[in-house]
Design a protein around this ligand. Sequence first.
Ligand SMILES: Cc1cc2nc3c(=O)[nH]c(=O)nc-3n(C[C@H](O)[C@H](O)[C@H](O)COP(=O)(O)OP(=O)(O)OC[C@H]3O[C@@H](n4cnc5c(N)ncnc54)[C@H](O)[C@@H]3O)c2cc1C
Length: 394
Amino acid sequence: MRVHRDYEAFLQELGDRFPQERAGIRRFYDTCWQIFNCLNAIELLSLQEYRYLFRVFFQNPGACLGLARFLPQNIGDVARRYIRDPELLRFIDMECYCWSVVPADRTPAINAGMVFSDRHYGGINYPQGGVGQIGLALVRGLERHGGQIRYGARVTAIVPDRDGVTVRLANGESLRARRVISNATRWDTFDRLVPLPLPASEQRWRERYQPSPSFLSLHLGIRAEALPAATDCHHILLEDWQHLEAEQGTVFVSIPTLLDPTLAPPGRHIVHTFTPSWLAHWQNLSPSAYKARKAEAAQTLLARLERLWPGLTAAIEVQAVGTPRTHRRFLGRMDGSYGPIPRDRPWGLVGMPFNRTPFPNLFCVGDSTFPGQGLNAVAFSGFACGHLVASTLA
Ligand SMILES: Cc1cc2nc3c(=O)[nH]c(=O)nc-3n(C[C@H](O)[C@H](O)[C@H](O)COP(=O)(O)OP(=O)(O)OC[C@H]3O[C@@H](n4cnc5c(N)ncnc54)[C@H](O)[C@@H]3O)c2cc1C
């Protein structure tokens, strides 16, 4: 199944596969557009800043009420209102799983409305020069406004008090600020960095949400002739629906050099393949057993990819494997987790924590705060948090 950028072409292809569901498919994805249009109609700032909430409500009451209706809903419930075919419902599970790492019944309708429509509205875009260009652009903006980035500065403690926050660095330095925003996950922030008892609200959140798996990544540099002309950039591979959420079940593939050939030497492609994996699968191994497990996992992934692109293995020139341990070490994320997932069926987005913490001068941002994982979501979280902090300093 190809997810076309053109909305009508996408509906046509999906409808051709499930002709008896053609009308339901349209009603379902049109409902996602309603959510997207509401989001698109309003200025998005912090939902914790009351002056903004009043203003945005009076400017656009229809869009706000539309969103409020979907706030406690999951997209699986919306899908079942219009669709009956079990295989099509599994497809919608995969539509969700590929970014929320949970099936549709545990994916908030608001997030799904954004993702399922934005790909047709603006399309899925890849920054020229690689994803690092997004970070570099943010750095340029920050520096232009007098800010400074301290690279390689590992934070070892965040100590909030009545007047501000002290941040300690691994090099022994202490920094002081009136407000501090932590971009580490909420688990890392409150378990490893804030040396105070876990606040009750954080405990309650943990009872509702748990860490998702991490990923096993296989990075390849290949000779270009292994890929047929007109290969698409992104692929998802799953042989059996039962394995959707299993350890190394669903396989994701991204080939960014199809969109930006400058990322690799001429005549070569980068293939990034990744699949969900838990840290537990990679623990308590000797260095040689760890290495052997990585080699074995890479071979299994390659055997699966060969079904899509026969001859791929023979075209490999560079190969590197990353595990949940790699994610944990290089991103400082608890168990290398991709972010929080609901333990049970959530009430849409209602249970996610926002940017405030129980400490008035300490804020949290990123994928373990509302509205969750993914670049769109964390960009919104950052935007909302910046606005909220500024409002407390006014
Ligand atoms: C394999 C993979 C593919 C993905 N593909 C997509 C995609 O195609 N589209 C999409 O929208 N999203 C995608 N995502 C999701 C997206 O990358 C994340 O949701 C997003 O990067 C999370 O941002 P964040 O700022 O919350 O956390 P992070 O990106 O983890 O940033 C946190 C930062 O804090 C730093 N940090 C942590 N602890 C400390 C400390 N103690 N001291 C100093 N610094 C610290 C870390 O070094 C890190 O730079 C993907 C994720 C993965 C793993």
